[in-house]
Design a protein around this ligand. Structure first.
Ligand SMILES: NC(=O)c1ccc[n+]([C@@H]2O[C@H](COP(=O)([O-])OP(=O)(O)OC[C@H]3O[C@@H](n4cnc5c(N)ncnc54)[C@H](OP(=O)(O)O)[C@@H]3O)[C@@H](O)[C@H]2O)c1
Length: 233
């Protein structure tokens, strides 16, 4: 049985991560999304309507969730514009380093805010997101946030917001370090080409025994003595 389509959503910021989420929601099935982003050409594409300014959001849109995928440094200027959704919707913020209390302060103290940290593999549906609920967030909001983040990978929840800092450092930023290492290795290899290193595995004693004859001889001596002891008994 396929799940019901996602309810109407408002996406603020449709850059790399916003687009990755949007693609996941479309795969999962969504009823209506308005995506606000000055960098994208306005228009309609299936269930998604792109607008460049919040003033262009259709007054008939009643989103269940407002997803904040703008850069953290834009939060102060942008968030107050979305205060009008505070009573009817909850906010799912993926902005790195922006705390729940600060987001709620900008949106109105009664705002229900879930803060989450996805990571780059979300762009191929293999991400890992860790989410933390703010005050007033109930089971229904958690369930929908799990669906929204789960559309691009796995989801875990923490109750202590402080844990999102190590999550940001390791899982959120980790892929960037892996890509950097791969790029550096590639650059180093281009600068100093070296013959291919080949690990020669196979049967018998395995690669360790083959590449370490001294160790292999010690192992044979130990095994021989064990065999002799067994035979005496
Ligand atoms: N990328 C990741 O791997 C990753 C992982 C975890 C969390 N995050 C978080 O996700 C957020 C977005 O990151 P990103 O990598 O997707 O950045 P991004 O590609 O720069 O996307 C941000 C988008 O928001 C647009 N924007 C700027 N002002 C806006 C406004 N007033 N209203 C609506 N949209 C506006 C930007 O347009 P302009 O380009 O014209 O400014 C841009 O298209 C950040 O807070 C980041 O910390 C990202």
């Amino acid at each position: 049985m396929s799940a019901a389509p996602l309810p109407p959503l408002l996406l603020v910021g449709c850059g790399r991560m916003g687009s990755a989420l949007l693609a996941g929601w479309r795969r999962a099935g969504v009823s209506a999304v308005v995506a606000v982003d000055p960098a994208r050409p306005p228009g309609v594409d299936g269930e998604v309507r792109y607008v460049s300014r919040p003033e262009e959001i259709n007054a008939r849109l009643h989103p269940a969730a407002v997803i904040l995928a703008i850069k953290p440094q834009e939060a102060e200027a942008v968030l107050p514009t979305y205060r009008r959704f505070t009573e009817s919707a909850f906010f799912l913020s993926i902005m790195a380093g922006r705390r729940i209390a600060g987001i709620a302060e900008a949106l109105g103290r009664s705002a229900r805010v879930i803060r989450a940290m996805p990571n780059t593999p979300a762009s191929i549906g293999k991400g890992v997101s860790v989410a933390c609920p703010g005050p007033g967030v109930g089971e229904a909001e958690r369930a929908l946030a799990t669906r929204l983040l789960g559309a691009v990978g796995k989801v875990a929840w923490v109750e202590d917001e402080a844990l999102l800092d190590p999550v940001t450092a390791v899982s959120g930023s980790g892929p960037a370090y892996v890509f950097l290492l791969a790029e550096l290795l590639e650059a180093a290899r281009r600068e100093r080409p070296s013959p291919r290193v080949r690990v020669n595995g196979g049967g018998g004693g395995g690669p360790r025994a083959r590449s370490r004859p001294a160790c292999s001889a010690r192992w044979a001596r130990w095994r021989g003595s064990r065999m002799r002891r067994c035979a005496i008994r």
